[in-house]
Design a protein around this ligand. Structure first.
Ligand code: AMP
Length: 374
């Protein structure tokens, strides 16, 4: 494919913070950017050359966007596959509809992982309440019931310890298709963000160690504090996932570490929250990489320049007072990123900050201290 060079127009489906950071990276490199998102106040729309306010199923709007763009990518997994197919009629689209269709549905994703011999937590697909007995017998208790579609950040998930609880949770989710997963005793969680180009070239960012609170990412620590062999194995597995999906674009693979083993939790067909550390700590960040792979440019160097701890800033920080930015900004090696969201709701990702220190334990300690003082 001929590279799409600066001056051309790139498009992104979805206007949240990931789309915003893609837009900023693309504009820094001299591209024009069109964002499609129904929300008039979308974080990416504020940064774009043009914000098309339309639904992801509006094929006329999609076609118009595609005609104005040399290539289009996406910032979230819930774009209907039919919309990506429609767009691909008029411009280059990556990632492709086939890969997105697998990973946007937890049942398809888990089944695909099993068919391709990737280790996961024990799971069973639940299509009807009558599947729950056999499913719980397979996973054991406790287990997590997760909706197959549109769940994120621990939403659409319930921990259950009996068939009665599983039935109640399944009913509470409206009887929609779910996956029941065995609850795994986690040693830690890690993730790999990578980019794969259409000629198969792959570039991986360093492994991140991720700590969650209430199912939402709180802190990422890089380098991850795991053995080199495990790090290598995670990179190999992530690369194989990308290859076997014939994936083109930036993707993230999230892993559980349990009993010294890696289990794949989820695949995200886009840049990932656990890759935000790359914005300040790597030669190329994950959003520039998304621009490069979309435009068919050489992939950027993913080298880590400094150990780093990334902290998410959630809406609850605004509950009693505005965050004390001055305490954060007093530290010269902390980099603040805010997403331009007006309403701060609990659990909503409002921004993040990266703490850089050549001593990674010091970076983590300062990250926690500043998080708690905000
Ligand atoms: P998810 O949205 O599926 O990535 O889940 C959010 C978080 O919940 C994960 O990052 C884990 O911290 C936790 N979690 C999810 N599934 C499991 C599981 N099967 N066993 C233990 N913890 C889990």
């Amino acid at each position: 494919m001929l590279p799409i060079l600066p001056g051309a127009t790139l498009g992104i489906l979805g206007g949240g913070q990931l789309g915003r950071m893609f837009t900023m990276a693309a504009r820094t490199m001299g591209y024009r950017v069109i964002v499609l998102d129904p929300d008039p106040a979308s974080p990416a729309g504020q940064m774009a050359d043009l914000h098309v306010q339309a639904d992801y199923t509006d094929h006329a709007a999609l076609r118009r966007m595609g005609q104005a763009c040399a290539a289009v990518t996406t910032e979230f997994e819930n774009i209907p596959a039919a919309s990506l197919i429609e767009l691909a009629r008029v411009c280059r689209v990556s990632p492709g509809a086939a890969a997105v269709a697998i990973v946007q549905d937890r049942s398809h994703e888990k089944t695909w992982l099993r068919e391709h011999a990737f280790a996961t937590a024990p799971f069973a697909i639940v299509s009807a309440a009558s599947d729950l007995d056999a499913a719980l017998a397979l996973t054991g208790t406790p287990a997590l019931l997760k909706v197959s579609r549109f769940g994120y950040d621990g939403k659409g998930q319930a921990k259950v310890s009996s068939v009665a609880e599983a039935r109640a949770a399944f009913q509470a989710f409206g009887g929609q298709a779910c996956v029941l997963e065995g609850f795994v005793q986690l040693e830690c969680e890690v993730s790999v963000v990578l980019a794969r180009a259409d000629d198969g070239r792959c570039a991986l960012f360093p492994l991140a160690e991720n700590q969650h609170v209430n199912g939402i990412l709180d802190i990422s620590i890089v380098p991850a504090r795991v053995a080199d062999a495990l790090m290598q194995q995670a990179c190999t597995m992530a690369r194989e996932v990308a290859e076997q999906l014939a994936y083109v674009g930036v993707m993230a693979v999230e892993f559980f570490v349990a009993n010294g083993q890696l289990l794949i939790n989820e695949i995200a067909p886009r840049p990932h929250n656990s890759g935000h550390y790359t914005l300040d700590a790597c030669v190329t960040d994950q959003f520039e990489q998304q621009v490069r792979v979309l435009a068919g440019l050489p992939l950027g160097d993913t080298r880590l320049l400094s150990p780093v701890a990334m902290v998410n800033i959630l809406g609850e920080r605004w509950q009693t007072h505005s965050p004390r930015w001055e305490t954060l900004l007093a530290h010269p090696a902390i980099k603040l990123h805010l997403y331009g969201k007006a309403a701060a709701r609990p659990g909503r990702k409002m921004g993040h900050f990266n703490v850089l220190d050549m001593d990674s334990a010091a970076a983590l300690a300062l990250a926690k201290q500043v998080r708690d003082a905000l």
